[in-house]
Design a protein around this ligand. Structure first.
Ligand SMILES: [Zn+2]
Length: 75
């Protein structure tokens, strides 16, 4: 089980969107990849090792990934 305090501060490593606890995984509420949680309760927040949502083949296709690419200021 994940520490609730830890859960509160965890966000999607890509777009900093909040995460939802689903079974034994953490799911980004915006872009949907599943981050696994170890038996000791430590979430693996590496996007490279996350399970991508259906229909998404590449990390580059995730909405949160695109969010990080957005220029800070756009005309
Ligand atoms: Zn995300």
């Amino acid at each position: 089980m994940v520490d609730p305090q830890l859960l509160k501060i965890l966000v999607c490593p890509l777009g900093k969107a909040p995460l939802r606890l689903e079974g034994n995984t953490l799911v980004c509420t915006r872009c949907g990849p599943r981050f696994s949680i170890s038996r000791e309760g430590y979430p693996n927040m590496l996007i490279e090792e996350a399970e991508l949502p259906p229909g998404i083949q590449r990390i580059e296709d995730l909405p949160c990934y695109r969010e990080t690419l957005k220029p800070a200021e756009s005309p």
